[in-house]
Design a protein around this ligand. Structure first.
Ligand SMILES: [Zn+2]
Length: 350
């Protein structure tokens, strides 16, 4: 298999109906830096896009044996992406180095992520890149209260773009931002009306881009302060409307890589539908540099390394966004796994 960081990155732009996804995408595509980007659109958008390589797909899903909704191969995407790839190989369409998928407003983006990462042919050519969730400031807070799809789109975001802040008061925009932060503080926030929407910051900067890994880690952990501060208190990273909690766990001492792997596999097989995101920087026994882990429900990227620790703090830190699972439970089970691994290592050494 090709090296993970050489695969074609696929960004997902999601957001509720009327949130202005297509407008955001059109703005990003104006950048010459996205010239070699293919766009795959799941619905006919609110505005026409002017771009040289656009494909449309009709939504279709294949539920897999295990019955988990997130572990679903989206037949439409499978066909479209395979087809685009082979046509570009044959020179029938321009070659592309990135794909942006615009989802339909009501779709769950996780099966899209799963399709890219788990479909046997696609995973040899493509990898998942940042998920951008567009939220409309006028209706966003109401949608988060009413529609589970909207909460899910927020929970798995790597970036938020907030639109229509010019159509509402600053209080409305601020309260939406607070609601989003209760669900997901590990995503960068951009205001469409006032921020430059830089395609690199939104689409290309992720932990598999060697030059910007560090900036991405700051985004992950930035929302969680340097310490277990008030932001990680029992009530703050918790959205009562949705039951979704976002918190950061810190671990002293090195983690055993095998034990961590088994623990994470078990956590995801048991609770994967409710573990919406995991983003972590780990101190692994016997490894000098931090190991980065990144997961969206059952979709887990291969681990990668940071070339050095950002500062003197060597603790592992893992951001979780979960639904209905207590922070203490996750903390206790990982600590137990690690203690067990350490005792096995210690007795083997005797
Ligand atoms: Zn699943």
């Amino acid at each position: 298999m090709a090296r993970y960081d050489t695969l074609i990155p696929v960004n997902v732009i999601t957001g509720f109906l009327g949130s202005g996804k297509t407008t955001v995408l059109a703005r990003l595509l104006r950048s010459p830096r996205l010239r070699d980007t293919a766009v795959l659109i799941n619905e006919f958008g609110e505005v026409g896009l002017d771009h040289h390589l656009i494909e449309h797909a009709r939504e279709s899903t294949l539920l897999l044996e295990n019955g988990c909704i997130c572990c679903t191969i989206r037949g439409d995407l499978k066909e479209s992406l395979r087809d685009m790839y082979s046509r570009s190989e044959r020179g029938e369409i321009p070659s592309f180095r990135r794909v942006v998928i615009e989802t339909s407003g009501l779709s769950d983006p996780v099966p899209i992520a799963y399709t890219i990462m788990a479909e046997p042919v696609l995973q040899h050519h493509f990898r998942l890149a940042n998920i951008i969730t567009v939220v409309d400031a006028v209706n966003g807070a109401g949608q988060l209260k009413t529609y589970p799809e909207s909460v899910k789109q927020a929970a798995i975001a790597d970036r938020f773009v907030i639109t229509k802040t010019d159509l509402c008061g600053p209080e409305t925009a601020a309260s939406l931002q607070a609601a989003l932060a209760r669900i997901n503080r590990a995503a960068g926030v951009y205001i469409a009306a006032t921020d430059e929407l830089d395609p690199e910051q939104l689409l290309t900067e992720d932990i598999y881009s060697p030059d910007v890994k560090r900036a991405e880690i700051d985004r992950w952990l930035g929302g969680h302060g340097g310490e277990v501060g008030p932001a990680d208190g029992p009530d703050n990273g918790h959205s009562h409307d949705s039951g979704i909690a976002s918190f950061c766990l810190w671990f002293d001492g090195a983690l055993d890589w095998t034990a961590f792997g088994i623990w994470m596999t078990m956590l995801l097989s048991r609770h994967g539908e409710n573990v919406l995101r995991i983003k972590g920087m780990l101190n692994i026994a016997g490894v000098a540099d931090p190991v980065l882990v990144n997961g969206v429900q059952h979709v887990v990227h291969p681990p990668t390394h940071l070339d050095s620790w950002p500062d003197a703090d060597r603790r592992s830190r893992i951001v979780f966004i979960v639904r209905g699972i207590a922070q203490e439970r996750i903390e206790a089970s990982l600590a137990a796994f690690n203690a067990l691994a350490n005792s096995v290592t210690a007795s083997a050494a005797e």
